[in-house]
Design a protein around this ligand. Structure first.
Ligand code: P1T
Length: 412
């Protein structure tokens, strides 16, 4: 890490961290290096690049950026991408994190996770890697202490969780896990918060995982994932798995994701600001049963949010979950009548998205588990984009009016 990087604020880091002009031309953005292979002057004698699955300069530029944003201080001469590793999707990054632990390991996972992560754990890695899985509500302060075992190999957190937006205390969980088993890996999926709002490695986590597809890239035009670590021993192992298993991010997508990250500071400041405004609007609406937003005082873990999520405008993200009155019929009518919000899976793009987790992103979770987690048919998830917030609120207002009309309730 250069002295320079260390002193930068986050909104400077998103532009410059881990970056330097390209060596031959001085280009300020890295070229998209498409070559799959690199010429060698003598067998094994080359410039640090032999085959693009193992090393790619465009991917390295993105990986160094994410590593630095997440607070890795690993020097480039120790690890060429400073502890950042980019993959072909968020799920491929998650798979690689799971490849760090042995078959038969005990894993503690937050009970509420992206549906695809739960599916991977339960339906792919449990049968093939024989994982011993404990799904625990780690938002409860002492839950980690009773769940931890001396042989627990991995604690997997989302905070805020997808989609119920529960928070877990990263520092307290990392300390408690490491006290029982210093070798236990604590991994945080930081997709919802982004490093602008929360930096898990600085709170004691061993690994941070992202779906780059979401806020990091920010433009809904790349599928990608990343792992960042501040531990050189883990970086060495992840590098080995990355080149061995090979689910790397391609150079075009690496370039796009790096380009997207340059505006992460600006975008997240806006997502945070508009997220809070929309949440406050929903909280006062007659057709809404309950709003969950980490920036609202009514959120059960708001005090933790203020301590742990320190980004601009309250650091609450653009993610809101709310329960609409009138059950599935009302939810369907609402979702069919938004005009600016797109009814679509995913989140974190510049455009506002809206979805129904029980039918869409979390359909692969059993009905019992959804009921336990409170993912009901009335639950609607919003990803508030960067559009004019008055337009967004007017859009939601129009959809509520359509619901009231269909239910025969006089609007107003
Ligand atoms: O889609 P992919 O890039 O593979 O990322 C998977 C993933 C990992 N972690 C979290 C917290 C996620 O939300 C996701 C993907 N989530 C959605 C597609 C969604 O709409 O929730």
């Amino acid at each position: 890490m250069s002295e320079h990087d260390k002193d930068m604020k986050m909104d400077t880091m998103v532009v410059h961290a881990g970056q330097r002009p390209e060596e031959t031309t001085g280009a300020v953005m890295p070229p998209i290096f498409t070559a799959s292979t690199y010429s060698q002057v003598s067998p094994g004698v080359h410039k640090g690049f032999d085959y693009s699955r193992a090393q790619n300069p465009t991917r390295y530029a993105l990986e160094r950026m994410v590593a630095r944003l997440e607070g890795s201080t690993i020097a480039e001469n120790i690890d060429p991408s400073c502890g950042g590793f980019a993959f072909s999707s968020g799920m491929a990054a998650t798979c690689t994190a799971l490849d760090l632990i042995s078959a038969g390991s005990h894993v503690i996972a937050m009970d509420d996770l992206y549906g695809g992560t739960t599916r991977l754990l339960r339906q792919v890695r449990q049968p093939t890697q024989n994982l011993d899985l404990s799904f625990i509500d780690l938002s409860k302060p002492d839950a980690i202490k009773s769940a931890m075992r001396p042989d627990t190999a991995l604690v997997w957190l989302e905070t805020p969780t997808n989609p119920t937006l529960k928070l877990a205390d990263i520092k307290a969980i990392a300390d408690a896990a490491h006290a029982v088993n210093p070798k236990c890996l604590v991994a945080v999926d930081n997709t919802f918060a982004t490093p602008i709002n929360q930096r898990p490695l600085t709170l004691g986590a061993d690994l941070v995982v992202h779906s780059l597809t979401k806020y990091m890239n920010g433009h809904s035009d790349v599928i990608g994932g990343v792992i960042a670590t501040n531990r050189a021993d883990l970086a060495e192992r992840i590098r080995f798995i990355q080149k061995s298993a090979g689910a790397v991010l391609g150079p075009f997508d690496s370039y796009l994701a790096l380009r997207g990250i340059k505006t992460l500071g600006l975008r997240v400041a806006r997502h945070n600001e508009s997220g809070l405004r929309v949440a406050k609007y929903l909280e006062t609406h007659d057709s809404v049963e309950r709003v969950v937003y980490v920036g609202l005082a009514s959120h059960p873990h708001h005090a933790l949010a203020k301590r742990q999520m320190v980004g601009p405008n309250g650091g609450g993200t653009g993610m809101i979950t709310f329960f609409i009155k009138g059950g599935l019929d009302a939810a369907r009518t609402f979702l069919e009548n938004v005009r600016i919000f797109a009814l679509a899976e995913s989140l974190g793009g510049v455009e506002s998205l809206i979805e129904h987790p029980a039918i869409m992103t979390h359909a692969s979770i059993s009905a019992e588990m959804r009921a336990e987690l409170g993912i009901t048919d009335s639950l609607i998830r919003l990803s508030v984009g960067i559009e004019n917030c008055d337009d967004l609120i007017a859009d939601l207002d129009g959809a509520f009016a359509a619901v009231n009309k269909s239910l025969g309730v006089r609007a107003g």
